[in-house]
Unconditional design. Sequence first.
Length: 257
Amino acid sequence: MKGIALSAHHITARVGGVEVLHGIDLHLPEGRWTSIVGPNGAGKSTLLKVLAGLLPRGQVDGQVALLGRMLTQVPARERARQLSWLGQNEGSADDLTSYDVAMLGRLPHQPWLAPPSPADHAAVEQALRTTQAWDWRDRPLSQLSGGERQRVLLARALAVQAQVLLMDEPLANLDPPHQTDWLHTVRALVAGGATVVSVLHEVSLALHADDLVVMAQGRVTHQGGCNEVVTHRALEAVFDHRIAVHELFGQWVALPR
Ligand SMILES: Nc1ncnc2c1ncn2[C@@H]1O[C@H](COP(=O)(O)OP(=O)(O)OP(=O)(O)O)[C@@H](O)[C@H]1O
Protein backbone atom coordinates (compact mmCIF):
# COMPACT_ATOMS: atom_id res chain seq x y z
CA MET A 1 0.00 0.00 0.00
CA LYS A 2 1.52 3.30 -1.09
CA GLY A 3 1.55 6.34 1.15
CA ILE A 4 0.56 9.88 0.34
CA ALA A 5 3.39 12.07 -0.95
CA LEU A 6 1.57 15.36 -0.71
CA SER A 7 -1.78 16.32 0.66
CA ALA A 8 -3.66 19.57 0.86
CA HIS A 9 -6.35 20.13 3.48
CA HIS A 10 -8.90 22.91 3.02
CA ILE A 11 -6.49 25.15 1.13
CA THR A 12 -7.59 28.70 0.48
CA ALA A 13 -5.04 31.05 -1.12
CA ARG A 14 -4.99 34.75 -1.90
CA VAL A 15 -2.82 36.41 -4.54
CA GLY A 16 -2.75 40.19 -4.94
CA GLY A 17 -5.47 40.42 -2.30
CA VAL A 18 -7.83 38.17 -4.32
CA GLU A 19 -8.86 34.68 -3.24
CA VAL A 20 -7.83 32.36 -6.10
CA LEU A 21 -8.03 28.92 -4.43
CA HIS A 22 -11.23 28.09 -2.59
CA GLY A 23 -11.01 25.24 -0.08
CA ILE A 24 -8.98 22.61 -1.94
CA ASP A 25 -8.60 19.06 -0.59
CA LEU A 26 -6.18 16.84 -2.45
CA HIS A 27 -4.19 13.67 -1.83
CA LEU A 28 -1.36 12.75 -4.18
CA PRO A 29 -0.09 9.19 -3.78
CA GLU A 30 3.61 8.31 -3.62
CA GLY A 31 5.32 6.77 -6.60
CA ARG A 32 2.87 8.14 -9.15
CA TRP A 33 2.79 10.91 -11.71
CA THR A 34 -0.10 13.33 -11.41
CA SER A 35 -0.80 16.04 -13.97
CA ILE A 36 -2.80 19.12 -13.10
CA VAL A 37 -4.81 20.54 -16.01
CA GLY A 38 -7.45 23.18 -16.52
CA PRO A 39 -8.15 26.45 -18.31
CA ASN A 40 -6.01 29.58 -18.00
CA GLY A 41 -6.42 31.19 -14.63
CA ALA A 42 -7.87 28.06 -12.98
CA GLY A 43 -5.31 28.27 -10.18
CA LYS A 44 -2.97 25.44 -11.24
CA SER A 45 0.30 27.33 -10.68
CA THR A 46 -0.96 28.78 -7.43
CA LEU A 47 -1.88 25.31 -6.17
CA LEU A 48 1.54 23.96 -7.14
CA LYS A 49 3.22 26.84 -5.27
CA VAL A 50 1.10 26.11 -2.20
CA LEU A 51 2.10 22.43 -2.36
CA ALA A 52 5.76 23.52 -2.53
CA GLY A 53 5.33 25.93 0.38
CA LEU A 54 6.31 28.85 -1.85
CA LEU A 55 3.42 31.20 -1.12
CA PRO A 56 3.87 33.37 1.98
CA ARG A 57 2.02 31.89 4.95
CA GLY A 58 -0.16 34.97 5.31
CA GLN A 59 -1.67 34.25 1.90
CA VAL A 60 -2.62 30.63 2.61
CA ASP A 61 -5.15 29.04 4.96
CA GLY A 62 -5.20 25.28 5.43
CA GLN A 63 -2.46 22.69 5.70
CA VAL A 64 -0.08 20.92 3.33
CA ALA A 65 1.58 17.64 4.34
CA LEU A 66 4.76 16.36 2.67
CA LEU A 67 5.50 12.65 3.11
CA GLY A 68 3.29 12.51 6.18
CA ARG A 69 4.56 15.65 7.96
CA MET A 70 3.12 19.12 8.03
CA LEU A 71 5.14 21.11 5.48
CA THR A 72 5.57 23.98 7.91
CA GLN A 73 7.28 21.63 10.35
CA VAL A 74 9.84 20.24 7.90
CA PRO A 75 13.15 22.17 8.26
CA ALA A 76 13.95 24.17 5.10
CA ARG A 77 17.04 22.20 4.06
CA GLU A 78 15.32 18.89 4.57
CA ARG A 79 12.35 20.12 2.58
CA ALA A 80 14.69 21.24 -0.21
CA ARG A 81 16.15 17.73 -0.36
CA GLN A 82 12.77 16.02 -0.37
CA LEU A 83 10.96 18.34 -2.73
CA SER A 84 12.34 19.62 -6.02
CA TRP A 85 10.77 22.58 -7.81
CA LEU A 86 10.77 23.64 -11.47
CA GLY A 87 8.88 26.91 -11.84
CA GLN A 88 7.36 28.70 -14.79
CA ASN A 89 9.38 31.57 -16.38
CA GLU A 90 11.72 31.51 -13.45
CA GLY A 91 14.38 34.13 -13.17
CA SER A 92 17.69 32.43 -12.71
CA ALA A 93 21.28 33.48 -12.41
CA ASP A 94 21.89 34.24 -16.09
CA ASP A 95 25.63 34.75 -15.64
CA LEU A 96 26.16 31.27 -14.23
CA THR A 97 27.21 28.45 -16.52
CA SER A 98 24.72 25.67 -17.15
CA TYR A 99 26.86 23.41 -14.97
CA ASP A 100 26.72 25.81 -12.04
CA VAL A 101 22.97 26.28 -12.48
CA ALA A 102 22.47 22.51 -12.30
CA MET A 103 24.78 22.44 -9.26
CA LEU A 104 22.35 24.78 -7.46
CA GLY A 105 20.12 21.72 -7.20
CA ARG A 106 22.76 20.13 -4.96
CA LEU A 107 22.88 22.99 -2.43
CA PRO A 108 20.51 21.29 0.04
CA HIS A 109 22.91 18.32 0.11
CA GLN A 110 26.04 20.35 0.81
CA PRO A 111 27.30 21.32 4.26
CA TRP A 112 27.59 25.08 4.78
CA LEU A 113 30.44 26.53 2.63
CA ALA A 114 31.69 23.06 1.66
CA PRO A 115 32.75 22.50 -1.96
CA PRO A 116 30.68 20.09 -4.06
CA SER A 117 31.42 16.44 -3.33
CA PRO A 118 32.09 13.76 -5.97
CA ALA A 119 28.47 12.66 -5.45
CA ASP A 120 27.31 16.23 -6.24
CA HIS A 121 29.38 16.31 -9.45
CA ALA A 122 28.07 12.88 -10.44
CA ALA A 123 24.45 13.94 -9.85
CA VAL A 124 24.91 17.11 -11.92
CA GLU A 125 26.55 15.26 -14.80
CA GLN A 126 23.83 12.63 -14.81
CA ALA A 127 21.10 15.31 -14.74
CA LEU A 128 22.66 17.36 -17.57
CA ARG A 129 23.13 14.23 -19.67
CA THR A 130 19.54 13.15 -19.01
CA THR A 131 18.20 16.44 -20.40
CA GLN A 132 20.86 16.48 -23.14
CA ALA A 133 22.32 19.72 -21.86
CA TRP A 134 25.80 18.36 -21.08
CA ASP A 135 27.30 19.74 -24.30
CA TRP A 136 26.75 23.35 -23.23
CA ARG A 137 27.66 22.90 -19.59
CA ASP A 138 30.28 25.69 -19.83
CA ARG A 139 27.96 28.21 -21.50
CA PRO A 140 26.16 30.86 -19.44
CA LEU A 141 22.41 30.49 -19.21
CA SER A 142 21.94 33.90 -20.86
CA GLN A 143 23.42 32.56 -24.13
CA LEU A 144 20.99 29.67 -24.50
CA SER A 145 17.76 29.42 -26.46
CA GLY A 146 14.47 29.08 -24.58
CA GLY A 147 14.38 25.29 -24.95
CA GLU A 148 18.06 24.84 -24.10
CA ARG A 149 17.60 26.97 -21.01
CA GLN A 150 14.55 24.94 -19.98
CA ARG A 151 16.58 21.74 -20.24
CA VAL A 152 19.23 23.19 -17.91
CA LEU A 153 16.55 24.22 -15.40
CA LEU A 154 15.07 20.75 -15.67
CA ALA A 155 18.53 19.32 -15.01
CA ARG A 156 18.77 21.49 -11.89
CA ALA A 157 15.46 20.02 -10.67
CA LEU A 158 16.65 16.46 -11.42
CA ALA A 159 20.03 17.00 -9.74
CA VAL A 160 18.27 17.40 -6.39
CA GLN A 161 17.38 13.69 -6.55
CA ALA A 162 14.30 14.47 -4.50
CA GLN A 163 11.52 12.04 -3.66
CA VAL A 164 8.91 14.53 -4.84
CA LEU A 165 9.21 16.73 -7.94
CA LEU A 166 6.83 19.59 -8.71
CA MET A 167 7.04 21.04 -12.20
CA ASP A 168 5.08 23.97 -13.60
CA GLU A 169 4.84 23.77 -17.39
CA PRO A 170 8.06 21.75 -17.74
CA LEU A 171 7.54 21.38 -21.49
CA ALA A 172 7.65 25.12 -22.16
CA ASN A 173 9.83 25.77 -25.23
CA LEU A 174 10.74 22.10 -25.66
CA ASP A 175 10.55 20.62 -29.15
CA PRO A 176 8.64 17.34 -29.66
CA PRO A 177 11.69 15.02 -29.28
CA HIS A 178 12.62 16.67 -25.99
CA GLN A 179 9.01 16.55 -24.84
CA THR A 180 9.17 12.81 -25.49
CA ASP A 181 12.46 12.62 -23.57
CA TRP A 182 10.79 14.40 -20.67
CA LEU A 183 7.99 11.80 -20.67
CA HIS A 184 10.55 8.98 -20.52
CA THR A 185 12.47 10.77 -17.74
CA VAL A 186 9.31 11.15 -15.66
CA ARG A 187 8.39 7.52 -16.24
CA ALA A 188 11.87 6.45 -15.08
CA LEU A 189 11.64 8.66 -11.98
CA VAL A 190 8.27 7.19 -11.07
CA ALA A 191 9.49 3.65 -11.73
CA GLY A 192 12.26 4.42 -9.24
CA GLY A 193 9.71 5.39 -6.60
CA ALA A 194 9.62 9.19 -7.03
CA THR A 195 6.42 11.21 -7.09
CA VAL A 196 5.97 13.73 -9.91
CA VAL A 197 3.34 16.46 -10.05
CA SER A 198 3.23 18.55 -13.22
CA VAL A 199 1.08 21.40 -14.45
CA LEU A 200 0.67 20.86 -18.18
CA HIS A 201 -1.14 22.65 -20.96
CA GLU A 202 -0.34 19.87 -23.43
CA VAL A 203 -3.42 17.80 -22.61
CA SER A 204 -2.45 14.78 -24.70
CA LEU A 205 0.89 14.60 -22.89
CA ALA A 206 -0.82 15.15 -19.54
CA LEU A 207 -2.92 12.05 -20.31
CA HIS A 208 0.30 9.99 -20.17
CA ALA A 209 0.34 10.56 -16.41
CA ASP A 210 -1.07 8.03 -13.96
CA ASP A 211 -3.61 10.46 -12.53
CA LEU A 212 -5.18 13.73 -13.54
CA VAL A 213 -6.31 16.60 -11.34
CA VAL A 214 -8.76 18.81 -13.21
CA MET A 215 -9.16 22.40 -12.00
CA ALA A 216 -11.49 25.27 -12.78
CA GLN A 217 -12.00 28.61 -11.09
CA GLY A 218 -9.84 27.86 -8.08
CA ARG A 219 -11.38 24.46 -7.35
CA VAL A 220 -10.60 20.83 -8.13
CA THR A 221 -13.46 19.54 -10.26
CA HIS A 222 -12.13 16.00 -10.66
CA GLN A 223 -9.28 13.72 -9.64
CA GLY A 224 -8.93 10.32 -11.24
CA GLY A 225 -6.92 7.89 -13.32
CA CYS A 226 -5.91 8.92 -16.83
CA ASN A 227 -7.39 5.71 -18.19
CA GLU A 228 -10.81 6.30 -16.67
CA VAL A 229 -13.69 7.38 -18.86
CA VAL A 230 -15.03 9.61 -16.09
CA THR A 231 -11.70 11.49 -16.12
CA HIS A 232 -11.95 11.99 -19.89
CA ARG A 233 -15.46 13.38 -19.53
CA ALA A 234 -14.32 15.74 -16.74
CA LEU A 235 -11.47 16.92 -18.96
CA GLU A 236 -13.77 17.58 -21.90
CA ALA A 237 -16.23 19.40 -19.64
CA VAL A 238 -13.65 21.71 -18.08
CA PHE A 239 -12.63 22.85 -21.57
CA ASP A 240 -16.29 23.47 -22.53
CA HIS A 241 -16.33 20.37 -24.74
CA ARG A 242 -14.01 22.11 -27.21
CA ILE A 243 -11.77 19.02 -27.05
CA ALA A 244 -12.57 15.31 -27.16
CA VAL A 245 -10.45 12.45 -25.79
CA HIS A 246 -9.83 9.56 -28.18
CA GLU A 247 -7.74 6.43 -28.11
CA LEU A 248 -5.12 6.33 -30.85
CA PHE A 249 -2.44 3.65 -31.17
CA GLY A 250 -2.93 2.69 -27.53
CA GLN A 251 -2.62 6.26 -26.23
CA TRP A 252 -5.19 8.80 -25.11
CA VAL A 253 -5.14 11.97 -27.16
CA ALA A 254 -7.18 15.15 -26.83
CA LEU A 255 -8.24 16.53 -30.21
CA PRO A 256 -10.08 19.75 -31.06
CA ARG A 257 -13.75 19.11 -31.54
N1 LIG B 1 -0.25 38.81 -8.59
C1 LIG B 1 -1.54 38.56 -8.82
N2 LIG B 1 -2.48 39.45 -8.50
C2 LIG B 1 -3.79 39.22 -8.71
N3 LIG B 1 -4.26 38.07 -9.24
C3 LIG B 1 -3.35 37.14 -9.59
C4 LIG B 1 -1.96 37.31 -9.40
N4 LIG B 1 -1.33 36.20 -9.84
C5 LIG B 1 -2.29 35.37 -10.28
N5 LIG B 1 -3.50 35.93 -10.14
C6 LIG B 1 -4.79 35.35 -10.50
O1 LIG B 1 -4.92 34.11 -9.84
C7 LIG B 1 -5.66 33.21 -10.66
C8 LIG B 1 -4.93 31.88 -10.72
O2 LIG B 1 -3.68 32.08 -11.39
P1 LIG B 1 -2.73 30.85 -11.72
O3 LIG B 1 -1.48 31.42 -12.29
O4 LIG B 1 -2.63 30.00 -10.52
O5 LIG B 1 -3.59 30.10 -12.83
P2 LIG B 1 -3.17 28.94 -13.84
O6 LIG B 1 -4.28 27.94 -13.81
O7 LIG B 1 -1.82 28.45 -13.53
O8 LIG B 1 -3.19 29.74 -15.20
P3 LIG B 1 -2.40 29.55 -16.60
O9 LIG B 1 -2.93 28.28 -17.21
O10 LIG B 1 -2.85 30.74 -17.38
O11 LIG B 1 -0.93 29.53 -16.33
C9 LIG B 1 -5.85 33.88 -12.01
O12 LIG B 1 -7.17 34.36 -12.09
C10 LIG B 1 -4.87 35.03 -11.98
O13 LIG B 1 -5.36 36.13 -12.72
